[in-house]
Design a protein around this ligand. Structure first.
Ligand code: FE2
Length: 367
């Protein structure tokens, strides 16, 4: 079943960061992405530097502004710190996706436009989401060059050896919003993109002893795109969502979940490459053993690597969360493997996960 907007899949995610070269290096060395393209002063673009990184279906763009005159890039970075500026959805027709979204309440940022060079053209259009982020509709099928016009192979041969992480594709992209904003953005995405609310976690569904949050998952009706949205809920202490909004100075993308066909190999490689993950107490695995869950993986392996497991009906999912990757406790990654048709987001793991985050919040003094 196709979806109304003609969305085929997640395309790329673009980060705005303080130093594109260093963050691109980190993505390459730790996540195992390959630096495939570059745009900057040497390629004729004076006020911007972008690196295009790929692995399997995963595509990231890391962009920085070497000079503060480029305020469109500089301002969000000085305000929010490093973070996701936009994520792109690959569509059959940019014109159709954009006009449908606009007719149904989307806030326009960039109208459909063509980026051209001698190798063809790319069509793009963007709409607003959350405070300062964008959803980009893109179609690159008429472009025969590298990624998009303006990109060239990287200038230097960067011999960035690391262990193969096996990361495959984007599974879902999560936003954090303020109290009473979740319904607004869920309705906005559902209307503008003809999505549907797939899961609705209400008061009491996601909480620890000290903090709580509400969450809705909206998705395309063919389940190709999944966009969970979190908002803080009343609790005794500052929730992780409030901390994000305070530190990011607004609402935005909290995490990207990346799928892998073999999470044990992936996490062994990511740990060897130096990635830090949230801690999980051994009691979590004692409880899994007590429940006698039926999974193909060895629980000792999961425990050693601190991988979480959530069983849902016949299926189950394995997941793990990195610590925030930048200076501010804002953006992080999730690595996920869905087994036997599991479609959820690890509800059974929320408590263990949030207690681990609270432990780190205390260390930061945001508690
Ligand atoms: Fe997630």
């Amino acid at each position: 079943m196709a979806n109304t907007l003609g969305i085929r899949r997640f395309d790329y995610v673009e980060f705005y960061v303080g130093s594109a070269k260093m963050v691109a290096y980190w993505f390459a060395k730790s996540l195992g992405l390959k630096i495939t393209g570059y745009m900057g002063p040497e390629t004729g673009v004076k006020d911007k530097v972008s690196y295009y990184l790929c692995k399997n279906k995963l595509q990231f763009v890391v962009t920085g502004a070497p000079c503060p005159e480029n305020s469109q890039i500089w301002h969000p970075i000085t305000h929010h710190g490093d973070g996701v500026k936009r994520f792109a959805l690959n569509v059959d027709s940019v014109e159709h996706a954009f006009s449908y979204a606009l007719k149904n309440g989307a806030i326009p940022i960039h109208k459909p436009h063509r980026l051209k060079d001698e190798k063809g053209f790319v069509e793009e259009a963007t709409i607003k989401v959350y405070d300062d982020a964008e959803i980009c509709f893109t179609n690159r099928s008429e472009y025969k060059g590298l990624f998009k016009p303006g990109y060239e192979p990287p200038l230097d041969t960067m011999d960035l050896r690391c262990q193969d992480t096996g990361l495959l594709a984007i599974d879902h992209i999560v936003g954090n919003v303020r109290q009473n904003e979740m319904d607004h953005w869920a309705n906005y995405l559902n209307k503008a993109m003809d999505f549907e609310t797939f899961v609705d976690f209400g008061p009491g569904d996601i909480s620890t002893q000290y903090s709580a949050l509400l969450s809705k998952v909206v998705r395309s009706k063919d389940n190709v795109i999944k966009l969970p949205i979190n908002e803080p809920y009343l609790g005794l202490k500052m929730s992780q969502i409030e901390e994000y909004i305070q530190e990011y100075r607004g609402t935005g993308i909290q995490h990207i979940a990346i799928s892998t066909p073999d999470i044990i190999s992936s996490i062994q490689a990511l740990r060897a490459n130096g990635i830090d993950f949230l801690e999980v107490p051994d009691t979590y695995y004692d409880e899994l053993r007590h429940r006698k869950i039926q999974i193909s993986e060895n629980l000792d392996d999961l425990q050693k690597l601190k991988i979480l497991c959530d069983v849902e009906g016949q299926g189950y999912l394995l997941q793990i969360f990195t610590k925030p990757i930048g200076d501010r406790p804002t953006f992080f990654f999730e690595i996920i493997q869905r087994q036997k048709g599991a479609q959820g987001f690890g509800q059974g793991n929320f408590k263990a996960l949030f207690e681990a985050i609270e432990h780190d919040q205390k260390r930061r003094g945001n508690w």
